[in-house]
Design a protein around this ligand. Structure first.
Ligand code: GLA
Length: 319
């Protein structure tokens, strides 16, 4: 079997999200295929810390240890994300107290995982709805629109030697792209970010376009930041399709593989801007697509349920 990290060694690092329940089943595959990993959930606020502010580092420590022992880079994911906080608890804080809490959280986590390759400081701050710029979160409510700059400044001060990333999804959708350009452009102008994380979830391929992806890469690249593809997958069937993977046709499997190949061709074309491409999982038994969006069995990655390379793997590695 070819190795993704070998095939892509002249282009960018190649990675996968791993989690404590699944990585044990495919450690050798991870070590032979990938040179960077991301904790799927284990480094997130609500995975590390409960509403009594008690920390349990066991999951993140295990994955961080695995990466270090095997000489694999590990991305820090993530410090501030509206979906991974004890929201009701944090809402009870006065702004000053909440500020102290974030500061303490970032300090604790960044010191413990001091050897990460970067930090996704804020995840998904931009709103999806047309006409709305920033998502309404507890941070926004307590600190106002300026909260993003404040948190990135804090992260710069507390973690001066690690690249800071702004990470978001649907980065290939024109409206969303413009909002990310605005936000990341302002942060970059103030020296507060080093990279944009383009998640790369293609959950409804009909909404995706190679041309728009290229436009996004070019627009982000013009800001002078580095780019990372942080959570790539392509859902088969799409998440708005009521079928499971067992009901798709060979033609659809082929189209899915071809799209994978086409997207990676774009990443190669822009490899001077892109430092890493991370898949959101290792194999199809593990992808979040199986349990999110109605719990339908789906495919989305480059290895099948028996940890063998699938058709998409072939398209991605043969060019
Ligand atoms: C977002 C987050 C990831 C993960 C996925 C779903 O993209 O950034 O950490 O939770 O959703 O699995």
């Amino acid at each position: 079997m070819k190795s993704l990290k070998e095939v892509y060694k002249d282009y960018f690092n190649i990675g996968a999200a791993i989690n404590t329940s699944n990585y044990k089943k495919c450690k050798d595959l991870i070590v032979s295929q990938f040179n960077t990993v991301t904790c799927e959930n284990e480094m997130k606020y609500s995975s590390l810390c409960n509403e009594r502010e008690e920390y349990d580092f066991s999951g993140a420590d295990e994955l961080y240890g695995f990466a270090k022992e095997n000489g694999i880079a590990i991305r820090g994911h993530n410090l501030v994300w509206h979906q991974s906080i004890p929201t009701e608890h944090l809402k009870t804080f006065a702004p000053e107290a909440l500020w102290e809490r974030i500061k303490e959280h970032i300090t604790i986590v960044s010191q413990r995982y001091s050897d990460v390759s970067c930090w996704d400081v804020i995840n998904e701050a931009v709103d999806d709805k047309n006409g709305l710029y920033l998502r309404d979160t507890v941070w926004y409510e307590k600190f106002g629109e300026n909260y993003i700059e404040k948190i990135y400044s804090l992260a710069r001060e507390l973690i001066p030697n690690v690249p800071l990333v702004y990470n978001d999804y649907n980065e290939y959708v024109p409206e969303k792209r413009e909002k990310i350009v605005r936000l990341a452009g302002e942060l970059k102008a103030k020296g507060l970010i080093d990279a944009i994380g383009m998640q790369g979830h293609i959950t409804i391929p009909d909404y995706f376009s190679i041309d728009e992806l290229k436009r996004s890469i070019e627009s982000f690249g013009k800001l002078g930041v580095r780019l990372q593809v942080t959570e790539m997958d392509i859902s088969l069937p799409a998440i708005n399709d009521s079928r499971t993977i067992d009901e798709v046709t060979p033609r659809e499997i082929e189209a899915h593989a071809k799209l994978y190949g086409d997207v990676f061709a774009v990443y190669r074309e822009y490899s001077e801007l892109i430092d890493s491409v991370t898949l959101w999982g290792v194999s199809d038994d593990q992808t979040w697509l199986n349990y999110a969006f109605g719990g339908k069995k789906r495919n989305g990655l480059l290895f099948d349920r028996n940890y063998r390379p699938n058709e998409a793997f072939l398209r991605v590695t043969e060019f």
